[in-house]
Write a protein that binds this ligand. Structure first.
Ligand code: PXG
Ligand code: PLP
Length: 441
């Protein structure tokens, strides 16, 4: 049975929607029924310009026949095969293709099915890495305020979004760096802010507090996405790298959003010129068509596990669907499109126009910050007293009515379109957003 193309009111109740105000949504649903290129089609037949690449994932645009063909072919050829003590060609080919795209010796890949699972996997690798080397005291994990690392227990623990954490009590042994967002110093900065690299020195303080010999890893998003596109100040990530190196602590970049071209390079690690020890990815890996996540691991970490009897399982971890054949086929077809259409480099050609369009909204009453990098931007609104997030949500709703999909993160509107966006669509996106805000509150 295929999903009905129209969902009637009676069909709305059973699905407990994720990260959604269920009762509000079900009272006035916003339903998408088709997608092609840069546009969704809504249930009422309107074209909706996709300003968010779905949920930061459809980097090559919607409805790509090459991916559809690869998926169809794979389902008929080999629908499923285990990767526990068995193999099939997909994940070997995909891992090989991925390590070609990543700099340095980040040359081993562990597969998961989402960003959340990629994060859990990376944190477990980090903890176990120290144990297999006899440094089992290293149990502390350092995250950052306003970080999003998915919703499973590890990612939630290192994540820094209060409302996501409060319902679940005490989590792992974690501490958090301060976030880097500062309107006093950096409002309306174009690109990376100059002020704030000293915030990385807080890591030294945490090392002293918990004892550097007890710290396993630091995990950060090179750019925090879900909490509203928070940019790293110039020099900040370099400083984190230095401090981690000084203390033998692993550095994990969570590139679930920044990966696959968002900044005009395959991964943010190249963009910022900082090499982490592990990278987590998902989303754009399959253009959002089939769920998949992955962790890139440096040679020395992989080697640390490959010790002892050859018949021993070196890392007791994995998902039924790690390296799923259909996800691998979708990912390989996606990487082909990225390469053939030079989509990452396309971002470098669009970035100047993108930045200009974003900052053209400066001066609109109610906007307190505009920030951008690569094909990412955020417009921050003055919150309404006592109702944080209300204006952001209202602007999201108004844009949808005007045929544009944006994402609200509190009172910040985040924009991350498919990399295939055309200049006139950039204009449509920001013009519509500007009108929706200028309407007032
Ligand atoms: N890490 C980062 C940096 C992410 O952005 C995840 C991990 C988790 O991935 P999965 O595939 O488990 O969702 C993410 C996901 C938003 C929003 O509101 C952001 C994400 C997911 C859903 C909504 O901006 N990021
Ligand atoms: N729960 C049960 C009862 C299972 O048997 C399994 C896997 O075999 C899981 C959870 C984990 O599922 P997955 O491997 O898809 O993450």
């Amino acid at each position: 049975m295929s999903p009905p193309s129209e969902v009637t009111q009676t069909h709305l109740e059973a699905f407990w929607m994720p990260f959604t105000a269920n009762r509000q949504f079900k009272a006035a649903p916003r339903m998408l029924v088709a997608a092609q290129g840069m546009y969704y089609t809504s249930e009422d037949g309107r074209a909706i310009l996709d300003g968010t690449a779905g949920l930061w994932c459809v980097n090559a645009g919607h409805g790509r026949p090459e991916i559809a063909e690869a998926v169809k072919h794979q389902v008929l050829q080999l629908d499923f095969a285990p990767t526990f003590q068995m193999g099939h060609p997909g994940p070997f080919a995909l891992a090989e293709a991925l390590v070609q795209m990543v700099p340095g010796d980040l040359n081993h890949v562990f597969f998961a099915n989402s960003g959340s699972e990629a994060v859990e996997t990376a944190l477990k690798i980090a903890l176990a890495y120290h144990r297999v080397r006899g440094e089992g005291s290293r149990q502390w994990l350092i995250g950052r305020e306003r970080a999003y690392h998915g919703v499973n227990f590890g990612g939630l623990s290192v994540g820094g979004i209060g409302p996501n954490r409060h319902l679940f009590g005490n989590l792992l042994s974690v501490d958090h760096l301060p976030h880097t967002h500062n309107l006093t110093h950096n409002a309306f900065t174009r690109g990376q802010p100059q002020w704030g690299d000293h915030l990385a020195d807080e890591l030294e303080r945490l090392m002293t507090l918990h004892g550097a010999a007890n710290v396993a890893a630091v995990i950060v998003e090179p750019i925090a996405g879900a909490t509203g596109v928070l940019l790293p100040p110039v020099g900040y990530l370099q400083r984190l790298r230095q401090i981690c190196d000084q203390h033998g602590v692993l550095l994990i970049f969570d590139e679930v959003i920044t990966g696959f071209g968002r900044l005009g390079t395959p991964f943010a690690t190249e963009y910022f010129g900082v090499m982490p020890d592990l990278i987590t990815v998902a989303k754009g890996l399959t253009n959002g068509t089939i769920p998949m996540g992955a962790v890139f691991v440096r040679q020395g970490i992989y080697d640390a596990f490959m010790q002892g009897p050859a018949g021993r399982i070196e890392f007791a971890h994995g998902y039924t669907y790690s390296g799923h054949p259909v996800a691998c086929a979708a990912a390989l077809a996606t990487l082909d499109i990225y390469r053939r259409e030079a989509l990452f480099d396309r971002v470098n050609h669009l970035a100047t126009a993108w930045e200009a369009a974003a900052h053209s909204l400066k001066g609109t009453p109610g906007i307190i910050d505009i920030r951008n990098l690569g094909l990412l931007a955020a417009i921050e609104l003055e919150p309404e007293a006592g109702r944080p997030g209300a204006r952001g949500f209202e602007v999201f709703r108004r844009c949808y009515e005007r045929g544009v999909l944006v994402r609200s993160a509190g009172d910040t509107i985040a924009l991350s379109p498919p990399l295939v966006i055309e200049p006139h669509q950039i204009d449509q996106l920001f013009t519509t957003l500007g009108e929706a805000i200028a309407q007032g509150f």
